[in-house]
Structures are given as structure tokens and as C-alpha cells.
Design a binder for this molecule. Structure first.
Ligand code: MN
Length: 286
């Protein structure tokens, strides 16, 4: 099953090239704050499964006629693994990798979706890069999860871009701007995707293929990421794990179109635009 959000925050079930509005069916209020409707759907998914299966035969509207939003805006945290592919460690000239570094967090406010632009802050002269990553969406929460039990805790998968200002400032500040965490175009449920351990992921800027790697080459694998994070923090339904990026990171500029694709998950193409805000004092000097 493929689930996402669209337009004003409605929940959509994606079937081929159609999207079916299942907001009312799932009892979600698009005006609630905080926006945790999808977290609730994920937490209670088995009680909704039969109704969602039946809804697949409803007509819906063309996917191309709606604005796709990020699937889980109310995620309590985005857990991101740095240096989790050997070839990226080499290009960044780093010896310490995710198995020793652990992870950092991106704020949920940085999430955006397939139908939205990536807005660059007005910090002229600073390099802002794309990173192509698989997103793992947590279903059942928990603490101290053993790696053998990882599958019980995964709801599904999405494409994720970890956008970053390069430099020596705190990593969180460089990766926390609004729209610096595109996730989408939907969540494909774990049962529909099957094995996530050999997924090819690719990222293009305009027509140039920049990144092309397989999740089999992760340093800390998916069970290991769940195990490590859950031994430090409670994982909650709707939490997002960004698996780390392979080699090929590079700059994005206003006017670019960035396309990310993971096989059997989906793909999305996003516009990069120049914003007028974001002149944080720490970025004042190159
Ligand atoms: Mn990253």
C-alpha cells in the first residue's frame, strides 16, 4: 500500500496513477495541530487495513492533479546516520563512520514533500548539497529493540533528501533549514515493498546522474540502525530514519530540478528555489 498526504493535508491512498482521498475513512482532521493524523494511522494501521484495501477500487483523481506533501509531518524525530557508505567516507575524507559516530537529528520542521520546492537560504557563497537517502518509517515504537526483531518495527519506506550547508558549523544547524528534509512521494508499506536490503537509489540534478548506490553497501544496516537508535531513544510510530548517503554528493542551485528514486519505492522531482530569508549570523562568513 502507498500512503501520503496532499493538497491541504488530506490523506491519500495511491493506486497506480490515481490518488484516493481516505481522510474521512481514517478519521483524520486536516486542521488539527500538531499534525499527527498520519502518526495515528500508522500506530493503528492493522485496524484500518481492510477498509483501505476496499478503498483501492474507488475512482480517486489523477496523481498529477494534486500537490503531494510530506507523508508524516508530525514525526517526533528524524534520525539521520552520517557516513554510512564507505565511498562517501572516502569522498569526505573521513575515517570515523556511522558504526562509531552514531546518528544526529533533523527537526521535523525541515520536512517537506514531493510537490513543494527546496528553498535555499540567502547565504551567498556557501555550498549547499544534496544527499540521496532511503527513509525508514517506524511503525511499532519501542526501546532497546534487538536487531533480530527489526521487521516488527518498520511501517514502510520513502525517498529522502538530506540537504546540507557545507562548513564547520554544528551539523544540526547546517541541516535544519525548513525544506531541508524532503520525504516522499509516499510511504510504501513494508509488506508491499518486501526486502529493502538490496535497493538501488539514484539522484539526478537536472539530467546529470550524481548518485547511484545500493542499500546492500550500507555500513550500519537497517536492523542495526533501528537497534542503535532504540537503545538511546524511544522510537515512536511515524519516526523517520535517514539511512545515510553514498558518494556523489554535490551542490544544488536555484533553478535546478532534483530527482530522487529508489527502486520499488518511487521517485520525485523537486524544484530548487532561492529564498530571501535564512541569513543566520553563523553563516555570515564563508
Ligand atoms: Mn545525510
Amino acid at each position: 500500500m502507498k500512503l501520503t498526504r496532499f493538497n491541504q493535508g488530506q490523506i491519500g491512498l495511491v493506486v497506480d496513477d490515481r490518488i484516493i482521498d481516505v481522510t474521512t475513512l481514517l478519521g483524520v482532521d486536516v486542521n488539527e495541530w500538531p499534525q499527527v493524523g498520519m502518526n495515528r494511522v500508522i500506530a493503528r494501521f492493522e485496524s484500518h487495513r481492510a477498509a483501505l484495501e476496499s478503498a483501492k477500487s474507488l475512482p480517486g483523481v489523477p496523481l498529477s492533479s494534486v500537490k503531494l506533501l510530506t507523508p508524516v509531518p508530525g514525526s517526533s524525530k528524524v534520525i539521520a546516520y552520517p557516513i554510512n557508505y564507505h565511498d562517501h567516507a572516502a569522498e569526505m575524507d573521513r575515517n570515523v563512520k556511522a558504526n562509531q559516530l552514531g546518528f544526529f537529528l533533523k527537526p521535523p520542521s525541515s520536512l517537506c514533500g514531493a510537490g513543494e520546492p527546496i528553498v535555499l537560504p540567502a547565504i551567498e557563497g556557501r555550498r549547499i548539497d544534496h544527499e540521496c537517502e532511503l527513509a525508514i518509517i517506524i511503525g511499532k515504537g519501542g526501546r532497546d529493540i534487538q536487531r533480530e526483531r527489526w521487521q516488527e518495527h518498520v511501517f514502510g519506506y520513502s525517498c529522502l533528501m538530506d540537504i546540507v550547508v557545507r562548513g564547520k558549523e554544528e551539523r544540526v544547524a547546517r541541516k535544519a533549514y525548513d525544506t531541508f528534509c524532503p520525504v516522499g512521494p509516499w510511504i510504501i508499506t513494508a509488506d508491499e515493498l518486501g526486502d529493502p536490503t538490496q535497493l538501488q537509489g539514484r539522484l539526478w540534478v537536472n539530467d546529470e546522474l550524481r548518485q547511484d548506490a545500493n542499500t546492500r553497501d550500507l555500513i550500519v544496516d537497517i536492523p542495526g540502525m533501528i537497534e542503535m537508535a532504540s537503545h538511546i531513544m524511544m522510537l515512536e510510530p511515524g519516526d523517520i530514519i535517514a539511512a545515510g548517503t553514498p558518494a556523489g554528493v554535490g551542490p544544488i542551485r536555484p533553478g535546478d530540478k532534483v530527482r530522487i528514486e529508489f527502486e520499488r519505492v518511487g521517485s520525485m522531482t523537486m524544484d530548487v528555489v532561492q529564498g530571501t530569508g535564512g541569513k543566520a549570523s553563523i553563516f555570515a562568513q564563508a
